[in-house]
Write a new protein. Structure first.
Ligand code: AP5
Ligand code: MG
Ligand code: ZN
Length: 216
């Protein structure tokens, strides 16, 4: 059973590797960032609550985020595994997740931690383009779409994320450093973490992930 978390700083490649993992292992991809962005574009109540945080690069409050994941993880399609991308991001979220997954019998089996130095992240973020419809992410140099500016999967014109400015990135990195990084120790204690070098090519990172999963 693969009940997975993928973590790492902004731009580490969580979304990129998630696409490959969910295709190879046939499990749902649960990205809180994607869920918030979808809610914002649909102008739902959740979207209205989350919008200003996301735009500035700050974390959305725990009570909103935890509620969202609880609902999603309890759904039927998560019974044979799942991949959490971008959650948990605080100790409180990690504790809530531990309690919930115990309660519903879906405990985390592995935490993939993509290790990257901060200097490389700015280039990845500034040259990223994303599909507003299916969430796929591209890069102007390292992951070009087949047709310039168009999503390979759903042919939607690509856009830049609103929080992919250098100013918002600073805030995101700061939030990562202060609130999310302590989770590495949290999961080390639970013996769940697998560190993977996120600076390798996209295919090499994925090959390390597969090795980690198959060793389980
Ligand atoms: P979220 O959407 O999770 O953003 P993030 O953590 O900042 O991470 P990114 O999506 O920017 O990066 P990624 O690691 O997915 O990188 P990618 O694969 O795209 O969260 C956004 C916001 O939502 C937060 O700031 C917060 O406000 C809110 N939020 C979400 N979850 C929350 C939570 N739990 N609690 C509170 N608030 C929450 O890759 C980046 C680029 O690099 C791409 O262009 C890609 O093509 C390229 N690339 C990837 N891998 C490689 C490689 N190996 N080599 C070369 N290029 C590569
Ligand atoms: Mg992402
Ligand atoms: Zn698309």
């Amino acid at each position: 059973m693969h009940n997975l978390i993928i973590m790492g700083p902004p731009g580490a490649g969580k979304g990129t590797q998630s696409e490959k993992i969910v295709a190879a292992y046939n499990i749902p991809h649960i990205s809180t960032g994607d869920m918030f962005r979808e809610a914002i574009s649909k102008k739902t109540e959740l979207g209205t609550k989350a919008e200003s945080y996301i735009k500035s690069g700050a974390l959305v409050p725990d009570e909103i985020t935890i509620g969202l994941v609880k609902e999603r993880l309890s759904m039927d399609d998560c019974k044979n595994g799942y991949l959490l991308d971008g959650f948990p991001r605080t100790i409180l979220q990690a504790e809530a997740l531990r309690d919930l997954t115990k309660e519903i019998g879906r405990e985390v089996t592995l935490v993939i931690n993509l290790v990257c130095d901060y200097e490389s992240l700015a280039g990845r973020i500034s040259q990223r383009r994303v599909c507003p419809k299916c969430g796929a992410s591209y890069h102007l140099v390292t992951k070009k779409p087949e047709v310039e500016g168009i999503c390979d999967n759903c042919k939607t014109p690509l856009i830049q994320r609103e929080d992919d400015t250098m100013e918002a990135l600073k805030t995101r990195l700061n939030a990562y450093e202060m609130k999310t990084k302590p989770l590495i120790e949290f999961y080390e204690k639970e013996n769940l973490i697998k560190n993977i070098d996120g600076l390798q090519s996209i295919d090499d990172v994925f090959s390390d992930i597969k090795k980690a999963l198959e060793g389980k």
